[in-house]
Design a binder for this molecule. Structure first.
Ligand code: RUQ
Ligand code: CUA
Length: 680
């Protein structure tokens, strides 16, 4: 990077001369924007009011046409319930993946397959049409991202989703009524054996009712360990279990790795067990929950828990097998260690030796040592028990030390060179500190109130350093005014420059992203087109109703009208579909193309039908033709010069008006021929 700095300096020093930037050398009659005022670097800097540092930042992030990003940032989409994929360092958005919320462009939540995936996320039989996504977790092999899957959570309606990175498609959503909210999710064990989901706000397990007066006795937290079957690419409910926790508010979690493999860590707040009730003569939750100096880091031996579960010692509560608190204590599964005031982030160091906890109301990060923890457990050296009988390890004997960070340390990432980076919420800064001597090296301002931060592969066994993205909660004055609801602000920071350098501000206007993970782009091996033609993206198998070119047909069966349709530039076959009012209609549409990016859409307005048909993809959609009328159907992707002609009619004949044709007999379509090349 020094080299880059030097070359920029060189370029800048040359800028008095006629150094031209690109081919766009506009004369004085140009557009009037700053960029048109001159074409030497020096003139441009002056005209746009930029500093040399700005130019350096621009050169470090600018990604000319055709060049690709080195990293991909998978960011939670917060309230949007979707996952956002962003290129780094350009900070260009590359994709939204619909997860908990329908995503029209992908047709997610519109075809039968993705509707069924979304349905997996129903709670108590209710459709949930948003999600509060917080923490994406890429699948790992030996503690390193392997680029195969990503998991995300929904804090509001406790759910976990599985996204297949072969085609960036959500294939499963699971939920359990053991929890009523969660936060410490999703975090994966080093080989993705389990996806961890920790509760947040305690409630009776299994969705039962108990008045809040019974908080201490009937309300509980839990850590759910969802078993992931990599072969099937699905969470296996039957092999999943939960560990019951006392009714503290568990917060973030992390899985141990290497030295701490087999262990999981959950923070907690409100060990005071305040319940709120500020109109019932009690303090509001926030003050009730901030009385004690210490809360409890939950240390869970999940390997042990797995054994206990497999030995049949878990109890069925609601829809999940739960290792009861008493069992967890007796079997040596659950331990507590005091942690300073209302902690938030818990992050395991790359070597797995240490666990870094950030305390929101403390100025330190606390560095716990897994060796010390294991030794204390082996020696049964406890300082006491919590009210539920969970053994508490002595704080001072469990830690290596603390690092004085500043006001409001939250989350920590690593660069693989012995440094840690902690977000400092109240100060609006990132603190870089040394893991060796626990001293702050440098701080950089963010704008404003940073929550999470994400460094390149910064939570794996081998972080890359290089880039860090600060995920800021407030934007205030960073962008043009767009009304009172402002975007979030992602700020890209260079970790390789001599001093930390802020490179880029990226507004994110779809929800509050919490965490993100940054993976080397070349680890993602996604497909170009679906093979074989007619593939269902959820199963990655050829759909049994896939339509082959030349075999398009309309059939009347017991359950309604089946339309076996193909899409190819630039027509649907068949392009006229006649049904009768009150008939069930089943479209089975295959995009029979195999050219990269040759995507067609399929829309029937007024019936809320909207499909995305990527090359080779097959989609089904079933609906009741309950409103007679004439409905144009058309392709919603500008796929070719004759895209506008890629259209047809869906005719719903009113009841009692003759016979809709064709009837049972299939109609033979004309052979499908591709039309002129796409012009998109
Ligand atoms: S949160 S700003 Cu991860 Cu949900 Cu910390
Ligand atoms: Cu296919 Cu437009």
């Amino acid at each position: 990077m020094r080299k880059t700095n030097r070359s920029v300096a060189l370029a800048l020093s040359l800028s008095a001369g006629p150094l031209l930037l690109g081919a766009c050398n506009e004369g004085p009659g140009g557009s009037g924007s700053g960029a048109a005022a001159g074409s030497s670097l020096g003139e441009l800097l002056k005209a746009r009011g930029l500093s040399e540092a700005d130019a350096v930042a621009a050169l470090k992030t600018y990604t000319p046409t055709g060049k690709k990003d080195e990293y991909l940032l998978f960011a939670s989409g917060g309230h949007g319930g979707n996952l956002i994929v962003i290129g780094v360092p350009s900070m260009r958005i590359l994709k939204y993946v619909g997860v908990f919320t329908p995503e029209p462009w992908q047709g997610y939540g519109f075809d039968d397959g993705s509707k069924a995936v979304l349905k997996g996320g129903q709670r108590n039989g209710k459709d949930i049409t948003w999600g509060d996504m917080h923490h994406p977790a890429l699948s790992e092999t030996a503690g390193d991202y392997d680029g195969q899957f990503i998991f995300v959570n929904d804090k509001a309606s406790p759910r976990v989703a599985v996204i297949n990175l072969k085609d960036f498609t959500t294939v499963q959503i699971v939920t359990s009524n053991v929890l009523q909210s969660e936060h410490g999710a999703t975090f994966v064990t080093p080989n993705t054996d389990y996806v961890i989901e920790g509760s947040q706000y305690p409630a009776p397990l299994g969705g039962k009712y108990a008045d809040i007066d019974k908080f201490n006795d009937e309300y509980r937290g839990a850590g759910v360990f969802w078993k992931f079957d990599r072969q099937k690419g699905r969470i296996d409910r039957e092999q999943s279990f939960a560990v019951e926790f006392p009714p503290y508010m568990q917060d973030l979690a992390d899985a141990g790795k290497l030295a701490s493999d087999g262990w999981a860590f959950f923070n907690s707040i409100n060990t005071e067990r305040a319940t709120g009730g500020n109109m019932e003569g009690k303090p509001s939750l926030e003050s009730g929950a901030s009385q004690s100096d210490m809360d409890y880091l939950h240390v869970v031996n999940w390997k042990k828990a797995e054994e206990v579960f497999k030995a049949g010692k878990a109890e069925q509560i609601g829809d999940m097998k739960v290792i009861r608190l008493q069992t967890a204590i007796e079997e040596g599964i659950l331990y507590f260690i005091p942690e300073p005031k209302s902690p938030h982030g818990v992050d395991v160091t790359p070597d797995g030796q240490e666990i870094v906890v950030g305390g929101k109301l403390d100025t330190h990060t606390t560095i716990y040592s897994i060796d010390k923890i294991k030794q204390l457990i082996a020696d049964k050296k406890f300082q006491g028990k919590d009210p539920y009988g969970v053994p508490i390890l002595p704080f001072q004997d469990s830690i290596r030390g603390q690092c004085e960070i500043g006001l409001g340390p939250l989350h920590t990432q690593f660069d693989g060179q012995g440094n840690a980076y902690t977000s400092v919420f109240i100060e609006s800064k990132v603190a870089k500190w040394s893991l060796k001597d626990l001293k702050v090296i440098e701080k950089i301002s963010t704008h404003y109130n940073i929550g999470h931060l994400s460094a390149a592969e910064g939570d794996t066994v081998s972080p890359d350093g290089k880039y860090l993205v600060a995920m800021n909660k407030w934007a205030i004055d960073r962008f043009a005014d767009v009304g009172p609801l402002l975007p979030q602000n992602f700020q890209l920071i260079d970790l390789t420059s001599q001093k930390l350098q802020l490179l880029y501000d990226m507004p994110l206007p779809l929800g509050e992203p919490h965490y993100a993970q940054m993976i080397k782009a070349d680890k993602i091996k996604s497909i170009d087109v679906y093979k074989p033609i007619g593939t269902d993206p959820v199963t990655h198998q050829k759909d049994p109703t896939a339509t082959e070119g030349g075999k398009e047909r309309i059939e009347r069966q017991n359950d309604g009208v089946h339309v076996y349709m193909s899409a190819v530039r630039s027509h649907f076959t068949p392009d006229i579909v006649r049904v009768k009012e009150g008939e069930m209609v089943h479209f089975h549409i295959t995009n029979v193309e195999q050219a990269k990016d040759a995507t067609h859409g399929f829309a029937i307005g007024s019936y809320n039908i909207n499909l995305s048909l990527e090359p080779g993809k097959h989609a089904n959609v079933s609906f009741l033709a309950d409103k007679p009328g004439v409905y144009p159907l058309y392709c919603t992707e500008f796929c070719s010069a004759l895209h506008l002609e890629m259209a047809g009619y869906f005719l719903v004949e009113p009841k009692g008006e003759g016979t809709a044709k064709p009837t049972a007999a299939a109609t033979k379509p004309a052979a499908a021929k591709p039309s002129p090349a796409k012009t998109k």
